[in-house]
Design a binder for this molecule. Structure first.
Ligand code: ACO
Length: 322
């Protein structure tokens, strides 16, 4: 049986750092409110002229290097992003050009904060069915560009960044199972209401920015993530104790703690980057994975549970042997 196995990870954060104290000077907020309600103390912001593909390229090159592979080895490129650089070509095609890789399939996936989990699940299917042998899967976002920097209820939450993995065919596990869900009925709770088919004018009057009923999103997120943890364990006939590391989407430390509690997991086995990165949407899970792989916490053979929840609503999980 062919499995799809992560052979390299990479991450990239823009140099520019925005602290909670910086935000105190921009909107009516405090460092204490942001840390207590979200766990965030700072986030990275793309500088002027730095775009999603720039972040994606850095992360992708680092993942290739970690795997000991060249871009020419890649036969599938998927980029999860909600903040593409252009209407078209896709960010995946722009990245393909940067990597000087010609001819392989390349496309974007848009599932907001669950984007990377969706993208990795799709890549897993390609690899397991033999349609690809070496997939580059990237989550890259410049969420700062769709934030209203006068809206304290959203602008303090997000940051920019990119994470990437190389996923290769292997006889060894590998991704064990993937679980994807969505419910568009919740679009009114979390959205950027404007969009290109409504005409470019639709992006004016605040419609080009994130709007969120945070409190209601919070409640659905906690319940939904609890359910998907159960679904993933049941599908694999596994007990909670089998999970070595939880790699959650990094939206809010309180949501992460609720999921860890559900798993009866000590926070020592939960990868947390929300304090330093904020919510980087589709980039948050691969960035967190890369941090914990590079600092030596996550080791080969360990069992990892990734989960995410985001706009759509979309949610999903992946269980894998690293
Ligand atoms: N600084 C100070 N006060 C603030 C700020 C701020 N930055 N933002 C809001 N407040 C105020 C509100 O106005 C409100 O004041 P009021 O009581 O006088 O009306 C008070 O703080 C409490 O507001 P709540 O929204 O109830 O605060 P809550 O504890 O729910 O925290 C938060 C808000 C952090 C947004 C939380 O609800 C949350 O994390 N929600 C989930 C976010 C999420 O997971 N999103 C999904 C992924 S994102 C994506 O998919 C793109």
């Amino acid at each position: 049986m062919t499995y799809a196995r992560i052979t390299g990870t990479g991450g990239y954060l823009p140099d520019k750092v925005l602290t909670n104290h910086d935000l105190e000077k921009m909107v009516d907020t405090t460092d204490q409110w942001i840390r207590e309600r979200t766990g965030i103390s700072k986030r990275h912001i793309a500088r002027d002229g730095q775009y999603t593909v720039d972040l994606a390229e850095h992360a992708a090159r680092r993942a290739l290097e970690a795997a000991g592979r060249d871009a020419q080895d890649v036969d599938l490129i998927i980029v999860a992003t909600t903040t593409p650089d252009r209407v078209f070509p896709s960010t995946a095609c722009l990245l393909q050009k940067r990597l000087d890789r010609h001819g392989c399939a390349a496309f974007d996936i848009q599932a907001v904060c669950t984007g990377f989990v969706y993208a990795l699940s799709v890549a897993d299917k390609f690899v397991r069915t033999g349609s690809a042998k070496c997939a580059l899967v990237v989550g890259a976002e410049t969420l700062s560009r769709v934030l209203d920097w006068n809206d304290r209820s959203t602008c303090v939450l997000f940051g920019d960044g990119a994470g990437a993995v190389l996923l290769e065919a292997s006889d060894e596990p590998g991704i064990l199972s993937t679980h994807l869900h969505a419910d568009g009925a919740y679009e009114h709770l979390l959205s950027v209401p404007g969009g290109v088919s409504q005409g470019y004018d639709s992006l004016n009057d605040g419609k080009g920015y994130v709007t969120m009923k945070g409190n209601e999103v919070f409640k659905v997120a906690v319940n939904t993530l609890g359910r998907i943890v159960d679904e993933t364990l049941e599908a694999n006939n596994l007990d909670k104790s089998a999970i070595d590391w939880l790699i959650p989407h990094q939206a809010n430390i309180r949501i992460i703690q609720a999921t860890a509690k559900k798993l009866k997991m000590s926070m020592d086995h939960v990868v947390v980057t929300v304090d330093e990165h904020g919510n980087t949407s589709g980039a948050s899970v691969p960035l967190a994975l890369d941090v914990a792989v590079r600092d030596g916490r996550i080791k080969r053979g360990e069992t990892l549970l990734m989960e995410a929840f985001g706009g759509g609503f979309t949610w999903g999980s992946i269980l894998l042997k690293y």
